[in-house]
Design a protein around this ligand. Structure first.
Ligand SMILES: [Zn+2]
Length: 709
C-alpha cells in the first residue's frame, strides 16, 4: 500500500492534467478548480514584512519557526509556494508590489537616490478613485513619504523617529507592535465604505534584536526571533479576518519585500545577490469568501499582486501592466508559465560592481553577470551548482527571456537626494554613494568575486555602530586598499576618519570618491560640507559650482554652498543660495535656520526671526533654532527671552557648547554668578579646543576670577 501510494498519481480534472505527489492525497479534492468568484467593495489589507525569507515561516516548512498567525492565514488561504520578488531591496520592491510594474517600468532601482514617480498609479491611487478609504502604516525610513509611495493614501503614517536629528547609525524605524497599533486605531475610526490598508513591518531587518520573549526563545537565531516578533505583532491585525471566515469582508494579501541571505553565498543581509535566500518571498491570499484553501506551485511574482487584487474586486485592469491576476491559479486552474524578471543593482549603484539582472522560468534561474549563473531550482534549491557552462541550451533560452525584459529598460536614472536622506540611509547601512553607471564590467567586477568586501563593509558599519571607531577605521582602510574605486567604501572611510578627528584625510577620501564618480552630486556636497568644516569654503564654492548651476541642484549641494558663501562673508550670495534650498524643500526646518544665520550676518534681524520662528513651528526640537533665537533676543536686549531660548536649546542638546557658553555668559553678565558657574565649568571642560580655544580661555579666566573672589 505504502509503495503504491508513493507513485505520482495522475488526475484528469476537466481539461487540466495535474500531477500530484503521493503526500498530497489528502488534499486532492481541493485541486478541483472552483469557479472564480469576485466581489466588489471588499476591504483590502496588504501586509508586507520586510526582509522575510519564505523559508523562515512555519507555513513554508520551517520547523523552527514560531509564526502561528501567518501560518493560520496560509492554512485558511491560498499560499503561493514559489513567489518571487523582482528586487532585493525595500523601496524598489514595494514600488513593484504597489504599482504592479517592474523596476524599469516605474524607475525605482535602489533605495538611495530614487523616488517613485508622481502620476504613476498604485493600488492606493486606483482604489482611492473607487471611493476607498486608504491608509498606509510603514515602519522604516526607506519608505518615508518623501520617496513617493504616499500618493493615493488619505493617511500615510511614517511617524518613526520624526523630530529627531538624523544621526549616523541611529535607526529610524518603529516596532511592528507600534505600527500595528497605529493601523488598528485608524481601522477602528475608518468611516463607512471599504478601505485599503497597507501595513509594513520592519522587525526582521538587521540588526536582529528581538524583544522578549523572542530573544530568549531564539538565543542562537535572532533573525527568526524577529520573524516571530513580527508574527506576534500581526495577531491583533489578523485575528478579526481569521475569526470571521467566510463572513469576513476583507481580502488579506501578505508578502515579504525580499528575504535575507544570513551568510549563504557569502552575503550577510540582502541587496547584492539575488539567490533564493533573498528573492523567494512568501505570498498568501486570504479571502475565504472568494477562495478556498490551496497551495499553488506555479511561479508568480510581485507584479501579479495588483492585478489580482483588482480582479478580486471585479475592477478592470489598467492597460500595459506586465503582471496577471492570480485568481485562476488560486482557484486551481492551470495557467501558462510566465518568466519572472529580477534584478539587484545596489552593487552597481553604490559599489561600482557589475549590475545583476536575471530571470526565472520553468524551475530554471539565469543570472546575467560577467560570470553568468544558471540553476535548476528543483534539483538544486540552494543554488550550489552553477550549470551555465554545462547547460548552454537552457542558458540561452533564459537569456533570451531576459533580453525581452531588458529591451524595455532605459537604465537607472537617479532623482535628487537631500542630506537628511543620505544621513538616514547611511544609518540603515545603505550607504548611498553613487557609482558610475555605464562602464564595461569584467569578471573582476562580478559581485561573486567581491562579496567578501561587502561583508567587510558590513563589519565596518557594525563596528562603527557599536562605537568602535578605530576598529572600523582600520578595517575600512584595508577594504579601500584592496579596491580603491568603491564609492561606498570611500564614503565610509571619510565618515570614520572625520569621526576619528582626521578631517584632512577624510577630505582626501571624499576627493577620491568624487573623482571616481563625479556625477554623484551627493558625495560632492558632502565633500563641500567637510571642506567648510576644514576652513576651506572657497574650494567648496568652486567644487559645487557645476552642480549648483543646474536647475535641479540638490538640497545638500545648495546648503553646503550657501554655508561656504556665508563663511566667506558673501552674505548676498549665501542668502540667494539658501532661498533656492528652501524652495527645493520647504518642509526642512534646518535650512530655515541656516538662512536665518545669513540674515543675521546681513543685520536683517526681522527676516532672521521670521525664519527661525517658522523653523520652530515646523520642528520644535531643533536645538540650533532655539539657540539662534536666543542670540537674536540677546541682540535686541531681551535677556529673559535669550535665557529661555538658550535653556531650551541645552535641554534638547545637552552638548550644545554654544548654548552652554552663551547661557553661562548671559548669567555672568547679569551678576548671577552661582548660576553661571556650572555652565562655564562644563563648557571649559568639554568643548573641543580646536574650535573654541579662545572661548575656553575666556571662560577659564572668568572662573579663576570668581574662585579668587
Ligand atoms: Zn526591505
Amino acid at each position: 500500500m505504502k509503495g503504491r501510494s508513493r507513485r505520482p498519481v495522475v488526475l484528469i480534472v476537466g481539461a487540466a492534467l495535474l500531477v500530484v505527489a503521493a503526500g498530497a492525497w489528502a488534499a486532492w479534492p481541493r485541486l478541483v478548480p472552483r469557479e472564480v468568484r469576485r466581489e466588489a467593495g471588499l476591504n483590502v489589507l496588504l501586509v508586507t514584512i520586510d526582509t522575510l525569507r519564505a523559508d523562515a515561516l512555519g507555513a513554508y516548512g520551517d520547523p523552527r519557526a514560531q509564526t502561528p498567525w501567518i501560518d493560520r492565514l496560509a492554512q485558511g488561504g491560498v499560499r503561493f509556494a514559489r513567489a518571487h520578488a523582482h528586487n532585493v531591496v525595500t523601496l524598489p520592491s514595494h514600488s513593484n508590489i504597489l504599482s504592479g510594474r517592474h523596476p524599469f517600468g516605474h524607475g525605482v532601482r535602489d533605495n538611495a537616490g530614487f523616488r517613485f514617480p508622481r502620476g504613476t498609479d498604485t493600488l492606493a491611487t486606483i482604489l482611492k478613485r473607487q471611493g476607498y478609504h486608504t491608509a498606509a502604516f510603514v515602519s522604516a525610513f526607506t519608505l518615508d513619504s518623501r520617496f513617493g509611495l504616499d500618493a493615493g493614501f488619505d493617511v500615510y503614517d511614517d511617524g518613526f523617529a520624526e523630530g529627531d536629528a538624523p544621526t549616523a547609525f541611529a535607526l529610524p524605524e518603529r516596532s511592528g507592535v507600534e505600527t500595528v497599533a497605529a493601523a488598528r486605531r485608524w481601522l477602528a475610526e475608518a468611516g463607512a465604505g471599504p478601505y485599503f490598508c497597507w501595513v509594513h513591518l520592519y522587525d526582521p531587518h538587521a540588526p536582529y534584536q528581538p524583544p522578549e520573549p523572542y530573544a530568549s526563545r531564539f538565543p542562537d537565531d535572532p533573525y527568526r526571533g524577529e520573524v516571530a516578533a513580527a508574527d506576534a505583532a500581526l495577531g491583533a491585525l489578523l485575528e478579526g479576518a481569521l475569526a470571521a471566515g467566510k463572513a469576513g469582508r476583507t481580502l488579506v494579501v501578505l508578502t515579504g519585500d525580499h528575504g535575507e541571505s544570513l551568510g549563504e553565498h557569502g552575503e550577510r543581509t540582502h541587496g547584492i545577490f539575488a539567490y533564493e535566500t533573498t528573492l523567494h518571498v512568501p505570498l498568501i491570499l486570504f479571502a475565504p469568501r472568494l477562495l478556498d484553501p490551496r497551495v499553488v506551485e506555479d511561479e508568480v511574482g510581485h507584479v501579479d499582486v495588483l492585478p489580482t487584487v483588482l480582479d478580486a474586486l471585479g475592477l478592470p485592469l489598467p492597460a500595459g501592466l506586465p503582471g496577471r491576476s492570480l485568481l485562476s491559479l488560486a482557484t486551481g486552474r492551470a495557467a501558462r508559465a510566465v518568466p519572472t524578471y529580477f534584478e539587484a543593482l545596489s552593487g552597481q549603484t553604490t559599489r561600482g560592481w557589475a549590475p545583476l539582472h536575471g530571470v526565472t522560468t520553468g524551475g530554471w534561474k539565469f543570472v546575467d553577470l560577467p560570470l553568468p549563473e544558471l540553476y535548476d531550482l528543483a534539483a538544486d534549491p540552494r543554488e550550489e551548482r552553477n550549470l551555465a557552462a554545462s547547460r548552454p541550451a537552457e542558458r540561452e533560452r533564459l537569456r533570451a527571456a531576459l533580453s525581452a525584459f531588458r529591451a524595455q529598460d532605459r537604465g537607472p536614472a537617479r532623482s535628487g537626494e537631500d542630506p537628511e536622506v543620505r544621513d538616514k540611509l547611511r544609518a540603515l547601512g545603505y550607504v548611498s554613494a553613487a557609482a558610475p553607471l555605464g562602464k564595461r564590467y569584467t569578471p573582476d567586477d562580478d559581485p561573486k568575486r567581491l562579496i567578501d568586501l561587502d561583508a567587510a563593509i558590513e563589519t565596518v558599519i557594525a563596528r562603527h555602530r557599536a562605537g568602535d571607531v578605530l576598529g572600523a577605521l582600520t578595517l575600512c582602510e584595508e577594504v579601500v586598499a584592496r579596491r580603491p574605486d568603491m564609492p561606498a567604501a570611500l564614503l565610509q572611510l571619510a565618515l570614520l576618519r572625520r569621526k576619528a578627528g582626521q578631517l584632512a584625510p577624510a577630505v582626501e577620501a571624499l576627493r577620491r570618491a568624487v573623482a571616481v564618480s563625479p556625477e554623484d552630486e551627493g558625495t560632492a556636497a558632502l565633500l563641500g560640507s567637510y571642506l567648510n568644516e576644514a576652513g576651506q569654503p572657497a574650494e567648496t564654492v568652486r567644487l559645487l559650482e557645476p552642480y549648483a548651476v543646474r536647475p535641479e541642484a540638490g538640497l545638500d549641494t545648495l546648503v553646503a554652498r550657501g554655508a561656504a558663501f556665508a563663511q566667506l562673508g558673501r552674505a548676498r550670495e549665501a542668502r540667494a543660495t539658501f532661498d533656492r534650498a528652501i524652495a527645493a524643500d520647504p518642509s526642512r526646518a534646518l535650512t530655515l535656520v541656516q538662512r536665518a544665520t545669513v540674515e543675521m550676518m546681513a543685520h536683517d534681524d526681522a527676516a532672521a526671526r521670521a525664519d527661525l520662528e517658522a523653523a520652530v513651528a515646523r520642528d520644535d526640537r531643533l536645538a540650533l533654532a532655539h539657540h539662534t533665537l536666543g542670540l537674536l533676543a540677546a541682540r535686541r536686549g531681551d535677556d529673559a527671552e535669550a535665557e529661555r531660548r538658550f535653556r531650551r536649546a541645552l535641554a534638547l542638546d545637552p552638548a550644545h557648547y554654544d548654548a552652554m557658553l552663551n547661557l553661562g555668559s548671559l548669567l555672568a553678565r547679569r551678576g548671577r554668578r552661582a548660576e553661571a558657574r556650572p555652565y562655564l565649568e562644563q563648557f571649559a571642560a568639554g568643548a573641543p579646543p580646536s574650535v573654541y580655544a579662545h572661548e575656553i580661555a575666556r571662560a577659564r579666566a572668568w572662573l579663576g576670577k570668581i574662585a579668587s573672589n
